[in-house]
Every structure is written in structure tokens, then in C-alpha cells.
Design a protein around this ligand. Structure first.
Ligand code: XMP
Length: 550
């Protein structure tokens, strides 16, 4: 199903698969994204060899209070050195070290004078490069394993002799390189960890970053603290003052404009920029009538009344609904909404003659995904504002480029953003329009859907489940079904409930909402919304389904 402006997050392995030409851009982006003090005092580089957990390693490092930059493996030792990290982590990866085209280790990385930790594939690369024995085992080791620690050394310090860990490999290290000490073994891995204090090189076969490795965070803390001497002082919150300074330097006495969507990213980006340049920021909120109940009012009142950020709110409902009239094809809807948004935004931007800067809530995952692309006027088509054309000549201000989503939430909370915004579930750019399925998007249908959605959200919040769900929403298919209410036959609208759990929207499971809650929701929808005659529950996971219905 093609989607014009669909923000799909690829698996982290895509970062490892970037073309070499993009590697330099990714390193530049990391440099631009890094808090100034982090580059000199408190950061490590994670090189991504395509492992599914590479982003997770970067996040876990940050949870230890050390800023991390995730770069593709072929970025080159010179560029890593430019970032002045205090340590280097080589991630896992899907390849066998002996496979044709397997991502190699650049030996120059071992000459940077900083500690190196190889995880899984990263450890095997180190073993191979330094003269250890790595072979493909008859049987792989996947899932939970029992680890026996012989010598804890520095890397496994403060962890017990017997512990469980999470493995995912076939190639196995049978002998550590000369001069290295084997630290631990598991059933299928005779050398599950090794280190050489002299070379300042360390390796573990298992995955310290996943929750199934109970002492994993301790291992990372050992590496970052005792070995790399990082001071553990980084936090998402510590970014605020640095970013404010950066924004001031970038914007000078210029003016900026920000398209608000109501989502946490654009909201937090706008607040940071407002803190930096005050009323020289103007936010533009385009309400196309496709938001959820009261959402537009909440954005306007939070920004205009509470934060007192200059805000232009455009009521463009008629324009959007006019453009959508008679249209039911999902892709056409997306295109029409995208281009209508651009038209309205351009009109407003052209009224703000002084605005030379455009604020965007680009996240670190977007930076990794696109392989960098720092600099002016590269406006990504997947962004919420819907792919602004390049002839809108703005310089981008992207204060969240260094942060993962959960870190953006922490910054938002610190900036005093109400909980409702901080923890808002993702909401698609085209809004409710892509939840009216198979028929025309009309005001009446939108109103029914909005009411149903509002009941769903209210009940889910009341049950304390809102934050446990990745998304919860209603869908209105263009069908009617027969029912009976009182003594009358009805022919009513159907509402489908969709609630999913997920970590990243790449995969999702349908949420097992309690029956009593479902009953309460269905009763309320049928009793309170006149046209609704039937409520159904979507029990499709992703894959094979997608989260949205179209
Ligand atoms: P699917 O339906 O592909 O959705 O499982 C994955 C995530 O993306 C959101 N989504 C969109 N977001 N514009 C957006 O900004 C879109 O056209 C769009 N379509 C889906 C969806 O809500 C989910 O979080």
C-alpha cells in the first residue's frame, strides 16, 4: 500500500546498509546533533553493523548518562576521531564474519586511543582481526542462555558468577586473541566475553542492551564508567540549555516559523525555540477539521494562553473537506491533504515576511534513517508538515535532532508541557480522514468518528491504560448494519475499535482490552451516538495487518 507522506520507521539495520557516500553525512549529522559538551566530555560512538538492537544500544548508553551517537559501520576512523568520543562500541549484525560482503572492521578504529567494546558480531570482528579463533558453530545460540563467569575482569565486574543472558549468534569465538583474557562461557560459547586491559579492547557475545540480560546495564555501566571514564552526567534534560544556546547562535536576531501538528515532536521543538528566541517564533496551526475532539482547541489554548507563544491558528476545515469531497481512495486522500496543507502553510508563511527559519521536530531516529542530511532546506517529505516544497527557502532549525522519542518526552515534561501532550499517542498527519474507510470523508461522518473516538479515549484513560497502548482509535467503515433498539429496527453505522501495543510501529499486537471495558465502550457508543448501530473489535496484529486501516 503506497503512502505519500507515511512516516515509516525502517529497522535499525537500514542504518547499517547506507551507501558509503551517506556515511560522511551521517557523521556530520551526529556532530551537529551532539550537545557541544558531549563531544568533548561525555560521549561514545556506536557503530552500526546492521544489528536489530543497534538503536537500543545507543539508547541504553544514554540511560547510563553518556551521550551516544549511532553511525553506520563504514563511516571511517577519521570521522569517528573528529567526534572525539571517549569510547567506541561495535554493534551486532546479521552477517557471518566469513560471509561474502560481510561488513569488515576498519583496523584504524583500534588505533584511536579509546576503549573499544564489541558486542556479538562486533566481538567476532575483533576476535578475527586480532588473531582469535572464530568459527561457525553447528548449532546457533538464540534466546536465553546461562553464563558462567570465570574471571570478571573489568568488563563483567559487579556481576555474579552465574547469570542468564540473551544470545543471538551462529559464529562463535572458540579462542580469544593472544594476550586477551577469556572472562565467561555459556553452554554454546566457550568464550562469551574477553578483554585486554593492555589494548583497552573488550568483547561480549551476548546482548547487554536487551532486558532479558539482567546484568546487561551493569556491563554497559562498567564499560562507560570504569573503562571509558565517562562521567554519567548527560541527560535529555541537560540538552535544554545547550539547545537554547545553539538556537540563539543559529537564528541570531532572525525570525522563525513552526508548523504545529499537536504531536509531541513539533510541540517540544516549538517550545525549545520559543525559550531561545521568544516572540520571534511564530507557530502556525492548520486545522483541517480532521483532528480529534477538542484537539485543535487544546493546541491553541496551550500555546497561546499557557505558553504565550505567538500562534496563527487557521480554520481550514471547509477547504480540506472541499478538497476531499467525493474522494475515497486512501492514497488520493493523503495527497490532497498533503497539498492542501502546503498551500495553507505557504499562505501563512508568506505573510510572515521576516521568517527565514523553519522549525522542525526531526528526531534522532529520522537522522539515522536518512543517513544525515544536516544543513539548510532539506525538508524531509515524511515529516508531519507533509513534505513542504524546496522552493520555500527556509533554513531548518531542528533542536531535537540528537534525541530519541522518549527523551523528547522528558524534555517536554521539563519544559512544563501538560501530560496530555507529552504522552500523546501517535496520530497520523492525514488525521481522521484515513479512518473513514471505503467512502467519502464528510463532516457528518467525521463528527460520528470524533464522538466515538472521544468515548474510547475517555474510557481507556479512565481504565489507566492509555500509556500502555501504542495507539487506540476508532475506524468508521462505510457500511451500515441492521439492529434493533426498543421496538424499532435500526440500520446504523459501524464503529471498529483498534487498540495496539508496539515499540516502534514496525510490528504491533492487538491489545487485549478487558471485556468489561469493551462492553462499557460499546454501550456508550451506541447509546450516546445516534447513528452508531454496531461496535466491533479489530483483532489483527501487524503483520499481517497495518495499524491504520488504510
Ligand atoms: P501502519 O498503518 O502502516 O502505521 O501500521 C504505522 C504508523 O504510522 C502512522 N501512519 C501515518 N502517519 N501519515 C502519518 O504521519 C500517514 O499517512 C500515516 N499512515 C500511518 C500510523 O498511525 C502508525 O503510528
Amino acid at each position: 500500500m503506497p503512502r505519500a507522506e507515511h512516516k515509516r520507521l525502517p529497522p535499525s539495520s537500514d542504518a547499517g546498509a547506507l551507501a558509503p557516500a551517506q556515511a560522511a553525512a551521517a557523521a556530520e549529522a551526529a556532530e551537529a546533533a551532539a550537545p557541544a559538551s558531549a563531544i568533548t566530555a561525555n560521549s561514545v560512538v556506536v557503530l552500526d553493523y546492521g544489528g536489530q538492537y543497534s538503536q537500543l544500544i545507543a539508547r541504553r548508553v544514554r540511560e547510563c548518562g553518556t551521550f551516544s551517537m549511532l553511525l553506520p559501520h563504514h563511516v571511517g576512523a577519521e570521522q569517528v576521531a573528529k567526534l572525539q568520543p571517549q569510547g567506541l562500541i561495535l554493534s551486532g549484525g546479521p552477517a557471518s564474519v566469513y560471509a561474502d560482503g560481510a561488513p569488515p572492521l576498519d583496523p584504524a578504529l583500534l588505533g584511536l586511543g579509546i576503549p573499544v567494546l564489541g558486542i556479538c558480531y562486533g566481538m567476532q570482528l575483533l576476535a578475527l582481526e586480532l588473531g582469535g579463533r572464530v568459527e561457525q558453530a553447528e548449532v546457533g545460540e538464540f534466546g536465553r542462555s546461562q553464563l558462567s563467569v570465570g574471571v570478571s575482569g573489568r568488563l563483567l565486574a559487579h556481576t555474579p558468577e552465574e547469570q542468564s543472558c540473551w544470545m543471538s549468534h551462529r559464529d562463535t569465538v572458540y579462542e580469544p586473541p593472544p594476550g586477551f583474557t577469556g572472562l565467561a562461557a555459556s553452554t554454546s560459547s566457550p568464550v562469551a566475553a574477553f578483554e585486554s586491559l593492555e589494548r583497552d579492547i573488550y568483547g561480549i557475545q551476548y546482548h547487554p542492551e536487551v532486558v532479558h540480560t539482567p546484568y546487561g546495564q551493569q556491563v554497559l555501566a562498567n564499560f562507560l564508567g570504569d573503562i571509558c571514564r565517562c562521567d554519567g552526567s548527560w541527560s535529555a534534560r541537560s540538552v535544554i540549555e545547550e539547545q537554547v544556546e545553539r538556537i540563539r547562535t543559529q537564528v541570531g536576531d532572525g525570525h522563525a516559523i513552526c508548523g504545529l501538528s499537536g504531536g509531541v515532536d513539533s510541540t517540544v521543538a516549538a517550545l525549545l525555540v520559543h525559550r531561545a528566541i521568544g516572540d520571534r517564533l511564530t507557530c502556525v496551526f492548520v486545522d483541517g477539521g480532521l483532528m480529534r475532539k477538542n484537539e485543535g482547541e487544546q493546541v491553541v489554548s496551550a500555546f497561546r494562553d499557557h505558553f504565550q507563544v505567538p500562534l496563527v491558528a487557521v480554520d481550514a476545515e471547509d477547504r480540506f473537506l472541499g478538497a476531499l469531497s467525493g474522494v475515497s481512495d486512501p492514497e488520493q486522500k493523503r495527497k490532497l491533504i498533503g497539498s492542501e496543507y502546503i498551500r495553507v502553510f505557504e499562505e501563512e508563511a508568506s505573510k510572515l515576511k521576516d521568517a527565514r527559519f523553519l522549525v522542525q521536530g526531526t528526531l534522532y531516529s529520522d537522522v539515522i534513517e536518512s543517513g544525515g542530511g544536516s544543513g539548510a532546506a532539506t525538508i524531509k517529505s515524511h515529516h508531519n508538515v507533509g513534505g513542504l516544497p524546496e522552493d520555500l527557502e527556509f533554513e531548518l532549525v531542528e533542536p531535537l535532532r540528537a534525541l530519541f522519542k522518549d527523551e523528547v518526552r522528558a524534555v517536554g515534561a521539563e519544559l512544563g508541557l501538560p501530560e496530555r501532550f507529552v504522552w500523546r499517542q501517535p496520530f497520523p498527519g492525514p488525521g481522521l480522514a484515513i479512518r473513514i474507510v471505503g467512502g467519502e470523508v464528510t463532516r457528518e461522518r467525521l463528527d460520528v468518528l470524533r464522538e466515538a473516538d472521544s468515548i474510547l479515549q475517555e474510557e481507556i484513560r479512565k481504565a489507566g491504560l492509555y500509556r500502555d497502548l501504542w495507539q487506540s482509535f476508532c475506524v468508521l467503515p462505510d457500511i451500515r448494519t441492521v439492529g434493533v433498539q426498543g421496538d424499532e429496527r435500526t440500520y446504523g453505522t459501524v464503529i471498529a475499535i483498534r487498540a495496539v501495543t508496539s515499540d516502534d510501529a514496525m510490528t504491533a499486537d492487538w491489545a487485549r482490552l478487558p471485556y468489561d471495558l469493551l462492553e462499557q465502550i460499546a454501550n456508550r457508543m451506541i447509546n450516546e451516538i445516534r447513528p452508531v448501530g454496531r461496535v466491533v473489535l479489530d483483532i489483527t496484529s501487524k503483520p499481517p495487518g497495518t495499524i491504520e486501516w488504510e
